[in-house]
Design a protein around this ligand. Structure first.
Ligand code: SF4
Length: 223
């Protein structure tokens, strides 16, 4: 069986708020975001663990952890339906981190009540989306957002901000787009950190003036 899991973080309290979780890092991604912090995971053709290793680990964590975070890479590059059913049957909640490029699978997961929380990336407005992600999937992001809006599952929208890639106008446009698509919750923004990344981006010398932001949504800065 193919090893589709790059790594398993055995315990975290920060990836899924108010939960004791492990994180499953799935290999591969259909995007190539310039700032991606996980180039090894994204480029991996094979991981280090099979699914049976995950289930064996989870069997030993019943009663110790309450949830599993599915991350990567892009977890929906893999068929998560059976995986989520097995995790749910063991009694764990599931949080999915996704770039929003696979609305079909997202809908199937939600329709089957297999997700308890979703964090979806809003990478950029349409005109900058492909430059930043190397994938023309802006429309799929919007589809995913609307699928989440219609579901009862809690979710959040988040963006990574690199000042060479997104400016104040972009963030304002993104707020407008979110509102137009009926998203009125917190808009989480994390500043790019100067760590190893996919395209060797460095911290921008441009400033970002938060006073120019519209604050149409409640913006929450994560760092
Ligand atoms: S940051 Fe982009 S390239 Fe990296 S895992 Fe997320 S979606 Fe994929």
């Amino acid at each position: 069986m193919k090893k589709i899991i790059y790594n398993i973080t055995k315990f975290t309290t920060t990836d899924y708020k108010d939960h004791l979780s492990c994180v499953v890092w799935f290999i591969s991604c259909n995007m190539r975001c310039q700032y991606c912090y996980n180039p090894d995971i994204v480029n991996a053709k094979e991981g280090n663990y099979e699914l049976k290793d995950l289930y064996s680990f989870l069997n030993k964590r019943v009663g110790l952890l309450d949830s599993v975070v599915l991350s990567g890479g892009e977890a929906t590059n893999h068929n998560l339906i059976e995986i989520c059913k097995k995790i749910t049957n063991l009694g764990f909640k599931i949080k999915l981190d996704t770039n929003g490029s696979n609305p079909k699978q997202l809908k199937e997961l939600l329709d089957n009540f297999l997700l308890d929380y979703v964090a979806i990336d809003f990478k950029a407005p349409k005109e900058k989306y492909k430059t930043i992600t190397n994938l023309s999937s802006y429309d799929n992001f919007l589809k995913s957002l609307n699928i989440l809006n219609k579901s009862k599952t809690k979710f959040e929208v988040r963006t990574t901000l690199h000042n060479d890639l997104l400016n104040e106008e972009d963030i304002n446009e993104m707020q407008t787009i979110l509102l137009q698509n009926n998203y009125q919750e917190n808009f989480y923004i994390q500043n790019f950190l100067d760590v190893e990344n996919l395209s060797n981006l460095k911290v921008s010398t441009k400033t970002f003036d938060t006073s120019k932001l519209d604050n149409k949504l409640n913006i929450v800065w994560r760092n």
